[in-house]
Design a protein around this ligand. Structure first.
Ligand code: FHN
Length: 477
């Protein structure tokens, strides 16, 4: 199940981390509009016990809320009456909008309906165990009261409230872990930040270290000193990040808050791996990892993207990810008045209701000891769009595991007599997780089958617990 021998390159290829995060714009054409290398850092091998300790909560949590919120929520996908395709938070780049024009959005940012307690309550209702919010996205605007740049929510807007401070307080009240997304490389507002070539010319000619020294590094320090315990810093798009530059950020994090996790997109070694956007690996991964994903097709709010993923799809992705050893960081984009679109709230809460009953199969659960349920590799060695070996994914059921227990989550009605994959361990008993109703089992020639009632209990996903002898499954291959 563990695959510590997989090379960094293989992992990058398999998880889509090495290539573009191409997404369909809400219009649905195949316009790939972000070409961004997600340089991936492989946590040290063999595992470092200090890192493993830091990661304990992350392994338990499994499911987090990603929030992309910033000035881009105001245009919401339109500039001067024109629809700008692509990700909502990329509107400045895609148009492109000169800094002096884009900055004017700040004077209109007044999200009077922002209620951090409601946001935290939503995450809790959704069954999410951590929140990660954009503290500064590529547009360079800080959603916190930064002393190093007045381009921030307190000094540049009529709102004048420190969004992160208020959210941190609300999280602390509810014991919710809070992490900060920070765009360390791209900063389209700064002459020496990466990305803005329409105002400031090509990146190669910039004094990138000046930007790091005078803005990015001090801002990361601010985040780690003024906002309580920070669960993680979610760095992104490490353009122009050499190992040394990345290490400077890592040193800041480690020296100020040694328990804070670093994601996989810093530009030097992090604590866990981040897949490409919306990419779920085909197989179990041996290291800690996380899929960042959208609930529709954008991260920052855009008014025309209402193509939401259904609760059943999200539930499948969550269990699929957990069954491969990972975490799911699912994003929502609040509107410019501070309200989270009702549809995304409803979807998250529906999944949350399922988790209230079935969460035992998810939180703290380990990966499948089998793998046959995940799918089959293409017999012709075909590759998918990311150049990975093509796997014909199967979606009928998934398995997650804890000591002495397997959780079979069925997304489709299984065969009336469902054969448990071959294992050396004897089955002690089986029951439905939701109502604890026992299931009959039959063992013949060492193979156990579950006698399944029809229709299955929950059409979205039904969990069956199988208790077995011993702590760890020994599959028979
Ligand atoms: O460019 C960003 C994008 O806007 C968004 O923040 C995602 C989230 O994973 N990261 C980058 C693209 O991969």
């Amino acid at each position: 199940m563990k695959n510590r021998s997989m090379s960094r390159r293989d992992w990058m290829v398999r998880t889509g981390s090495a290539v573009a995060a191409g997404m369909l714009p809400p219009g649905g054409s195949s316009d790939l509009f972000i070409l961004e290398e997600h340089r991936q850092q492989t946590p040290a091998d063999p595992p470092d016990p200090i890192r493993e300790k830091r990661l304990e909560w992350f392994h338990e949590a499994k499911y987090g809320l990603f929030i992309h919120w910033g000035l881009y929520a105001i245009p919401a996908g339109q500039w001067n009456g024109q629809r700008v395709p692509g990700l909502g938070e990329w509107i400045m780049y895609r148009t492109p909008v000169p800094v002096r024009e884009y900055e004017k959005l700040a004077s209109r940012f007044n999200p009077v309906k922002f209620n951090p307690d409601e946001w935290v309550k939503l995450a809790k209702d959704a069954g999410m165990k951590y929140i990660v919010i954009t503290s500064k996205h590529h547009d360079g605007f800080a959603m916190f009261h930064s002393k190093v740049s007045s381009y921030n929510v307190v000094e540049a807007t009529p709102f004048k409230r420190d969004v992160l401070k208020e959210l941190a307080a609300a999280c602390a009240r509810e014991n919710m872990r809070l992490g900060f997304y920070y765009s360390q490389s791209q900063d389209w507002h700064e002459p020496n930040g990466a990305g803005n070539n329409w105002d400031f010319g090509p990146d190669e000619k910039k004094d990138y270290d000046q930007y790091l020294r005078d803005k990015a590094e001090p801002q990361v320090r601010e985040l780690l000193t003024g906002y309580g315990p920070v669960a993680l810093i979610w760095f992104d798009t490490p353009r122009m990040m050499t190992g040394d530059r990345g290490q400077r950020f890592a040193n800041i994090v480690r020296s100020l808050q040694p328990n804070t996790l670093i994601d996989g997109r810093l530009g030097t070694e992090g604590d866990y791996r981040s897949t490409g956007d919306n990419v779920i690996p085909g197989q179990v991964q041996g290291e800690a990892w996380e899929t960042p994903a959208t609930i529709n097709h954008t991260w920052g709010y855009r008014a025309d993207d209402t193509d939401w993923k259904a609760p059943g799809q999200i539930t499948f992705k969550l269990v699929d990810i957990v069954s491969k050893g990972g975490n799911y960081l699912l994003n929502i984009g609040p509107m410019s008045d501070g309200v989270i679109p009702q549809a995304s709230q409803d979807i998250l809460r529906t999944v949350g209701l399922w988790l209230q009953i079935n969460g035992e199969a998810v939180y703290g659960a380990g990966a499948t000891p089998f793998g046959e349920e995940l799918g089959e590799a293409s017999p012709r060695r075909a590759k998918n769009v990311r150049g990975e070996p093509l796997v014909y994914s199967q979606t009928e059921w998934r398995v997650t595991a804890k000591a002495g227990r397997l959780y079979f989550t069925f997304f489709e009605e299984p065969r009336a007599a469902f054969p448990i994959p071959a294992m050396k361990n004897a089955v002690k008993r089986a029951y439905r997780l939701a109502d604890r109703a026992p299931l009959k089992t039959k063992t013949e020639n060492g193979r156990t089958t579950l006698e399944m009632d029809r229709p299955i209990l929950d059409p979205m996903a039904t969990v069956v617990v199988v208790e077995f002898e011993g702590n760890k499954v020994e599959p028979i291959r």
